[in-house]
Unconditional design. Structure first.
Length: 311
């Protein structure tokens, strides 16, 4: 049997890494399990400009690496693996992964969100073949091309602006006639001559043999449809930024949730004793890096107190 950790943290986004740092610094034996890269959703962001103290914008991927290094330096262990099952109700929590089962006295859930799909046929088929959820990862493939971004929130508009570093033109397709993004971000987009808009529009269908060749976009006010193809006859490049869904599938019937998000108290404690949640995965009013790291720190300190009280 693997050793029993004081705490296992599931997910290495800013909430998980901050929890790892605080837990390890408090001398708790700490394991962080992550299936992807450090930084989570943040690592798909080209520039983080609103994290206090970082006055020179930093790539999300770099900030993630720095947070992971810091947690490791304080003694947190990292496991790159997929979690398959969690048994959270007992005194000792069991986390089954592709690389074996791990045990802990407490667990902090920081799995965050996954990108929301648009929900049209063939969407999965075109992932990585024209459809992308990550400008940082795929933006450079579209040098001097005309690309499309779906969505009207902070992420869509910020990433559209980032894409103009590569693309000759970026068209934002948004389902309403005004953006949800913060005014300061909107202003930057409106002032950028490479950014264009298709208002009141939604993607109805995607087409192509091997890669995405065209998409049908419908104007929801007029009902008119337009078939969008690439200006130069190449496969289309479309970036989806229409929000996120919580990654709570593994714990669905075990824990108290509200519309898919985990309910916690202000100490990040969930409905299960010894189980805490931090970051975007929990019910909260503001999902930002700065609030995720704050949640992570609070969760780790709560675990420390819980272990002290339940020695
Ligand atoms: P978001 O704020 O939820 O925006 C999602 C956008 O996608 C909205 O414009 C929404 O349209 C649209 N949308 C949703 N479902 C759709 C569908 N099925 N079809 C077409 N369009 C759809 O998500 P986000 O931009 O990813 O941001 C998530 C959170 O992270 C927010 O709290 C945001 O403030 C934060 N964030 C902050 C920054 C920053 O501060 N710099 C950067 C990135 C993200 P409607 O507007 O019509 O609802």
């Amino acid at each position: 049997m693997n050793k029993t950790y004081d705490v296992i943290i599931i997910g290495a986004g800013p909430a998980g890494l901050s929890a790892g740092l605080y837990a390890a610094r408090a001398k708790l034996s700490t394991l962080i399990i992550e299936k992807g890269i450090d930084g989570g959703q943040m690592s798909g962001t080209q520039e983080i400009a609103n994290y206090p103290g970082i006055d020179d914008p930093i790539a999300g991927m770099i900030l993630g690496m720095k947070m992971a290094n810091q947690a490791k330096e304080f003694g947190a262990e990292k496991l790159l693996s997929d979690v398959l099952k969690m048994k959270l109700d007992g005194e000792i929590k069991e986390i089954e992964t592709l690389d074996g089962t791990f045990y802990a006295k407490a667990v902090i859930l920081t799995m965050g969100n996954k990108p929301r799909p648009i929900g049209v046929e063939n969407e999965e088929k075109f992932q990585g073949r024209g459809l992308s959820y990550c400008v940082t990862c795929d933006g450079a493939f579209y040098q001097d091309r005309h690309v499309y971004v779906i969505g009207g929130g902070d992420a869509a508009v910020e990433e559209a602006i980032s894409l103009t570093k590569f693309a000759k033109k970026v068209t934002i397709i948004h389902r309403r006639d005004e953006l949800r993004a913060a005014k300061s971000i909107q202003e930057k987009a409106f002032a950028n001559p490479k950014v264009a808009f298709m208002w009141d529009s939604v993607v109805e269908s995607l087409h192509g043999e091997k890669s995405l060749e065209s998409m049908v976009v419908k104007n929801v006010k007029t009902g008119e449809t337009t078939t969008v193809t690439d200006d130069d006859g190449l496969p289309l490049g479309v970036f989806l930024y229409i929000g996120f869904l919580p990654q709570t599938d593994l714990i669905e019937n075990q824990i108290n949730m509200d519309r898919g998000y985990i309910v916690t108290d202000e100490n990040m404690e969930t409905s299960i004793k010894g189980v805490y949640a931090a970051g975007d995965i929990r019910v909260k009013p503001l999902r930002q890096v700065v609030t995720a790291v704050s949640d992570g720190a609070i969760a780790a300190v709560s675990v420390e107190k819980y272990l002290e009280e339940n020695k």
